[in-house]
Each structure stands twice: as C-alpha cells, then as structure tokens.
Design a protein. Structure first.
Length: 95
C-alpha cells in the first residue's frame, strides 16, 4: 500500500521572524497528516525530519492515532520528511 503524506506549514523562510511574548524567534513547527490510499489515517508511522544540506536526521517522531505528527521549534532550512510504517512503502518528501 502507498502512504500519502499531507504536510502543513512546511515553508520555513530563512529570516522569517515571529513575534512571541515580546521576543523574536526564527524557528517554526512542521506539522503533517499521514494517510493511506483510501484516505485512512496511518497511526504510529515513523516520521523523520532530515536536513537536506547535511543529510542528517534532525529528529524522529511517530504519528498519533489520527495520523498526525509535529516537529516543534525547527530552525530555518531545507528539509525532507521520510515516513515509514509496517505494511506500507516508505515515502520521502522534500519541502
């Protein structure tokens, strides 16, 4: 089966600043939703955030029962997301 991944808030703009509690920050959250071909959620899928410049895995998380995942406080850069789950073909997305 094929995994389809919908990513929300992928654009991390270098130099983008967010005003938060009177302080400036240059990080953002990356969130997404992992579904299969029938639009069903894929729970407990392993999701890796990979730095495209260094090819290093920055962090790994798993989807919740609804297929959602989040990477908090990600610094500006170009990343790919790698998703794998038992019984599914792995998927890589560059954003």
């Amino acid at each position: 089966m094929k995994i389809v991944m919908r990513l929300v808030a992928i654009p991390l703009l270098l130099g983008a600043f967010v005003l938060q509690s009177g302080a400036q920050t240059t990080s953002a959250d990356i969130t997404g939703h992992v579904i299969d071909q029938s639009n069903g959620a894929v729970p407990n899928a392993e999701v890796k955030l990979i730095d495209q410049q260094t090819k290093a895995v920055i962090t790994t998380t798993h989807t919740n029962p609804q297929g959602d995942f989040i990477f908090n406080d990600v610094n500006p850069g170009t990343y790919s997301i790698s998703v794998s789950a038992a019984g599914y073909r792995a998927v890589n997305k560059v954003g």
